[in-house]
Design a protein around this ligand. Structure first.
Ligand code: ACO
Length: 343
């Protein structure tokens, strides 16, 4: 049996404050009805002033480490690698992962950030899993965390309706390819011709190499919704199909598809493209919105807590995001001790 990375812990964290559609409608020209029918989102969680991505990442990471400790046959809870997927780091420099590792009491381990926007978690998972199978790391904490509320234009009704803050995390350990929880394969891709479709224009070297302040509004996140919608459906469907072929599963054999929670209409369109039934598609975006890199692990956590995702299920993860980037992963869901969900 060949060496593989095996998922053995799961956690998540959401900020306390909930912003309902009604609250948004009181501030902006929108309505609960528009947001629900066009996106499927009912509410989102938003950080308090002073709270940052690392705070959520530490909470989710601690929960995933506790889950790994509690999982049967996993006495050793030490990790030697922390990979944090985020596109809202605490600071532009340095990476946020070393601070997260330090605050989790994991000082000294290898740690770095991965930036692939909403595909970040799948990219981080592939990176950590590859380091484990290559023997560079033995156990890894992989976190997806974002606080998009900190980069949204307060006057933009579209992005404010969609995005929420949160963090999700998993622990990977070295194991064997045939075990439940073993990551069976990945499909990753990007298309930089779509850089402008999902972007924050200011704050990077291109803007800062020019003297003077950024143009008004360029510090905010912008998204060209319609082409992004089309590409999200196309790229997640194609990536899923590529990976299923490689893994040797038919779509009917997949028990749960945990896709990036961008928009319920995107999830349904991907389901249609792949020929999935509704019961195969996991959705929690009504409660949390689009939490960017946290989206897939938070959906996993909620599906486990709700009993929808069971040990032995064949699971397909698929994401799409800024870059443009996309990626998919497959595994058979393992028996996990997850404790009570943290909100
Ligand atoms: N309330 C009311 N009306 C709104 C709102 C709102 N919150 N937002 C937009 N509208 C209006 C628009 O202004 C437009 O009005 P107009 O026709 O007068 O111009 C109308 O609704 C329709 O706008 P569309 O953009 O065509 O609306 P659509 O149905 O496409 O929904 C949305 C917009 C939700 C953004 C959708 O396009 C979408 O989900 N896109 C994909 C998002 C995604 O997948 N992101 C993943 C990656 S994100 C990342 O990586 C960070």
């Amino acid at each position: 049996m060949s060496r593989a990375a095996v998922l053995c812990g799961l956690g998540g964290a959401l900020p306390e404050r909930i912003v309902s559609n009604e609250e948004l409608a009181a501030q902006l020209d929108t309505s609960d009805r528009w947001i629900r029918t066009r996106t499927g989102i009912g509410q989102r969680h938003v950080v308090a002033p002073g709270q940052s991505t690392s705070d959520l990442a530490v909470a989710a990471g601690a929960q995933a480490l506790a889950s790994a400790r509690g999982t049967a046959g996993q006495p050793d809870d030490g990790v030697d690698l922390v990979v944090l997927a985020t596109s809202t780091p605490d600071r532009p420099c340095p990476a946020t992962a070393p601070d997260v590792a330090h605050r989790l009491g994991l000082g000294g381990v290898a740690s770095f950030d991965v930036s692939a926007v909403c595909t970040g978690f799948v990219y981080a998972l592939a990176t950590a899993a590859s380091m484990i199978t290559a023997g560079v790391a033995g156990r890894a904490l992989v976190i997806g965390a974002d606080t998009f509320s900190t980069i949204l234009d307060p006057a933009d009704r579209t992005t404010r309706a969609i995005f929420g803050d949160g963090a999700g995390a998993v622990v990977l350990r070295a194991g064997e390819a045939g075990e439940p929880g073993a990551l069976l394969g990945f499909d990753l891709g990007s298309d930089g011709s779509g850089t402008d479709l999902i972007t924050v224009r200011a704050g990077g070297s291109r803007q800062r190499s020019v003297p003077g302040p950024a143009a008004a509004g360029e510090e905010f996140f912008t998204m060209d919704g319609r082409p992004v919608f089309t590409r999200a459906v196309l790229d997640m469907s194609r990536s899923s199909q590529n990976l299923l072929e490689r893994v040797g599963w038919s779509t009917a054999e997949v028990d749960k598809v945990v896709a990036h929670q961008a928009n319920i209409r995107i999830l349904n369109a991907v389901g249609e493209q792949l020929g999935l039934e509704e019961k195969q598609i996991v959705a929690n975006l009504d409660r949390v919105g689009n939490t960017v890199a946290a989206s897939i692990p938070l959906a996993l956590r909620d599906a486990v807590a709700g009993g929808e995702l069971q040990p032995g299920h064949r699971v397909l993860l698929t994401g799409f995001g800024g870059g443009l980037t996309w990626g998919s992963a497959a595994l058979v869901w393992p028996e996990l001790e997850t404790g009570r969900p943290h909100r």
